[in-house]
Design a protein around this ligand. Structure first.
Ligand SMILES: [Zn+2]
Length: 160
């Protein structure tokens, strides 16, 4: 099974909450943050097992916010994924106001596998990760395709 064929991303409530708290904490200081979800593929389900916050540098520029994940931190994460038999399936970040995929988000994603997902929370995730202002995208051969109403999409299953 490949990520491309996955029809549901299953994630526990506790990983969602842990990720929300990371995004909110960075947002309280005025910065964006990337949280990465890794897990395993079982049949056509991607089961999120772990949330990672790799070492990253956030900048406040005149054009807005910018985040760079350290190359060495990505390498460390890749080694961890290999040793733990998990793959990267989802990248999560938050914007200060509206959620969308910026040019930078499209051009420099961290998740680069076809079928991978990118979730963008609005308002630094103050009102949670998955709500009506949340945007989500799936990487296809032609780029990042928007997922309709991600907060109630069957693609994202939040369970116990
Ligand atoms: Zn962004």
């Amino acid at each position: 099974m490949t990520l491309e064929r996955v029809s549901t991303f299953g994630v526990s409530r506790s990983i969602v909450e842990e990720s929300e708290q990371s995004l909110q904490a960075a947002g309280a200081d005025g910065y964006e943050l990337f949280v990465l979800w890794s897990g395993v593929i079982e049949d056509d389900v991607f089961r999120v097992r772990n949330a990672h916050v790799p070492k990253q540098t956030s900048y406040q520029t005149e054009d807005g916010l910018l985040v760079r994940v350290d190359g060495a931190a990505l390498h460390t994460l890749n080694v961890w994924l290999f040793e733990n038999n998990e793959t990267l399936g989802v990248q999560v970040h938050a914007h200060p106001t509206r959620a969308f995929h910026s040019h930078t988000d499209n051009t420099f994603p961290i998740v680069t596998t076809l079928g991978g997902m990118s979730i963008v929370a609005a308002d630094f995730a103050r009102d949670g990760l998955l709500n009506r202002r949340t945007a989500a995208f799936r990487l296809t051969k032609t780029g990042w395709a928007p997922i309709r109403k991600p907060w109630r999409s069957p693609l994202i299953g939040v369970g116990a």
